[in-house]
Design a protein around this ligand. Structure first.
Ligand code: HEM
Length: 118
């Protein structure tokens, strides 16, 4: 079974989804402030890893490192939900099927508990 990552068209397609997702995130005042002091290389790395993880691509991060990466950000459900919404919109924009989008969101949801502030 090909991963969604492969179905979408691998790395070149992911780069486009990443750019689109990134634009949505930075235009959204619910979450844009978290990236205020993030340099562009890290920003890009974050988005690419995020999308690759969601779509079953390479360079996946484990739950443990996700908790560490977001430690101290005090992320609330409203922030996580906003990011999930942008992921959904970016995938839909590139004509990913509703079924594949749901699967990607399900994957991302497995990290909610690690990423949110407790
Ligand atoms: C399942 C959801 C998420 C995944 C897979 C993910 C992935 C990652 C990864 C891999 C890093 C480390 C990047 C690095 O070390 O360079 C990171 C850092 C970061 N994430 Fe996320 N993330 C998620 C959710 C969120 C949310 C909801 C927010 C805020 C609204 C957020 C904001 C950030 C910020 C600000 C950084 C630090 C960037 C920096 O070093 O300046 N992430 N994330």
């Amino acid at each position: 079974m090909p991963s969604i990552y492969e179905k979408v068209g691998g790395e070149p397609a992911i780069a486009k989804v990443v750019d689109y997702f990134y634009d949505l995130v930075l235009a959204d005042q619910t979450v844009s402030q978290f990236f205020e002091h993030t340099d562009m290389d890290k920003q890009r790395k974050h988005q690419t890893q995020f999308i690759s993880f969601a779509l079953g691509g390479p360079n996946q991060y484990t739950g443990g490192s996700m908790a560490k990466a977001h430690e101290g950000m005090h992320l609330e459900p409203v922030h996580f939900n906003a990011i999930v919404g942008h992921l959904r919109a970016a995938l839909a924009h590139y004509s990913v099927s509703e079924e594949d989008i749901s699967q990607a969101i399900e994957k991302v949801e497995t990290l909610r508990g690690d990423i949110l502030y407790k």
